[in-house]
Design a protein around this ligand. Sequence first.
Ligand SMILES: NC(=O)CC[C@H](N)C(=O)O
Length: 696
Amino acid sequence: MALVSDIYGSMVFNEHTMQERLPSATYKKLMKTIKDGQPLDLEVANVVAHAMKEWAIEKGATHYTHWFQPLTGITSEKHDSFIDPIADGRAIMSFSGKELIQGEPDASSFPSGGLRATFEARGYTAWDPTSYAFIKDEVLCIPTAFCSYTGEALDKKTPLLRSMSAVEVQAKRVLELFGETPHRVVTTVGAEQEYFLISEKDYEKRSDIILTGRTLFGYPPCKGQELEEHYFGAIRPTVNEFMKELDDELWKLGVSAKTKHNEVAPCQHELAPIFANANRAIDENLLTMEKMKLLASHYGLVCLQHEKPFDSINGSGKHNNWSISADNKNLLDPGDSPMENVRFLVFLTGVIQAVDEYQELLRMSVASCGNDHRLGANEAPPAIISMFLGDELGAVVDALVANDEYVAPNGQEMDLGVDVLPNFLKDTTDRNRTSPFAFTGNKFEFRMPGSSVNLSDCNMVLNTAMAKSLKEFADALEGVPAAEFEMAALNYVRNTLRDHQRIIFNGDGYSDEWPEEAARRGLANHKTTADALPCFVEPKSIALFEEFGVLSETEVRSRYEVKLEKYNKLMNIEIRTMKRLTRRDYLPAINNYAAEVARSISEIRTVLPDANVTLQETRLRQLTDGIAEINTQLEELHRLHYQSLEIADEQERANMNAHVIIPVMEKLRAAVDAMEIIVERQWWPVPALNEVLFYC
Ligand SMILES: NC(=O)CC[C@H](N)C(=O)O
């Protein structure tokens, strides 16, 4: 068996491979591009392309692809072989610098939100040298950005990269005031990926999961997650085999898969990598998701990445652990005495200001059809954005705001009362699972993103909002004499915290009082995607993105269109699936069973005319009433569906879907589910959740 250290990164054209394979002048120039953002000339690109090709061919690759992230959010690839036929009938393998740095996929069918008409289909991909090329399934994959003929971004990566530069520029200005001149400032991300694994056999029989990623019907299982036995439980052998292969494959791709465990809900699991530069972390998360889906099939399993595949138990999130570091020094690390660490306080205040000021944009960035079902319960945060600082930082902020003396909590020793067990210092703060944005020691965990989301959007918002906070600080403090700087910085921090303190909430985000309290504080509560999206195109948001060159107004508007359209399309698929399954699977099954019950009543009566068949008659009545109720809801859904399709304005249609249609879908589901528990097992057309969630 190969050692992990031998396979780790073996399929990645990483710095080590570059140094080994490139002439040293080329390597240096490429490093200048990767590390300092300097432009790359074609001559260098030609040398790099040649080395990359030779390396890839040795590893068995026959094709290359520009790997990019269109506005669908997932990754796209079109494979071109290296072959170049020559006159004598043979072929050589070739790959030029131009092919490395630029591509022109016929990309007309990707969403563009009106940025391109089908007859103006040209789009370009451009090499992103800051994320390593890698080999996947014998294809050399080159991470790229994707833009239109007229230069507008058509992907998720470009604005993310722009936002990372924006935050870097402003952070460097701030750090300079502290006498620090780091080479690079980067935002970092660690993406915890939750997912479900169910058996292929059950999956094949559940068209709702196949078509929509979630169960549209299904009476809650007799047992859910209440015994809390699955969380961190021993991993079942098949799942363990899957996880081992997944780790191996990810390690080969240089993805730092670190932690794996069973999650709270039955059949639910999690994989967490070590944090990395945000751009790479997001590329790696997308690769992780792809590998999970693919490898599950080797074990007769299907990997579900929907935010809420099953009602009544936990959904799946993708907690985004975000921080910012200067030459590998974490700027959100409070150190031993946060109150004295003015630089830390400035960056912390920047985050608080950013999250409060742009809370609606942050909420918008993770809004999706699937996440609407997840937020607000089962350890997922509510739709109201707030921040949890914990006891220690909370006390620091309170003391600053009140201009009071700060008393540091003493590191409390944890004594478990058993001599053989070690005593240890307990953390100064607990965790809060109901908080959307929680400080966790030296980073913030944004818990709102759902498991299927591409994290670029929320990081783009976070970075840009943070750039704005830092810019305001630098604008205000540049020019202050060095001797007065610290005092001026603390005053700035104090005033800014005072203005934004409302976003801090350490309590229970699920309590009935919180939405009321949040409303009093003026915090937004956008429960659905339809409510969350409009803020994207508000002047305040457009101004933010334009100020930092992250998105132009045209790009913002096109992205808003794409998100709206996606929501409405997914809703349309869910509604059609519900109607189809009700008409063709559930109603006939219930009807057939009712006929069977009726037959059995007459048969019993034939033999025993005076038999007591009250039970059977009651059951028959329940079934026929149930059929009537299902039919009423189905007709109503059908009527509203057609009415919604007449609405040309996508926002209006989204509003109708979210507020009028979903309640009827819920009623239809309830009517069908009510029949599921009285229809005899063998007559029910699909595996019940009792089976799907406990397959072994
Ligand atoms: N233990 C956990 O953190 C569970 C998180 C939860 N699954 C979510 O949806 O975010």
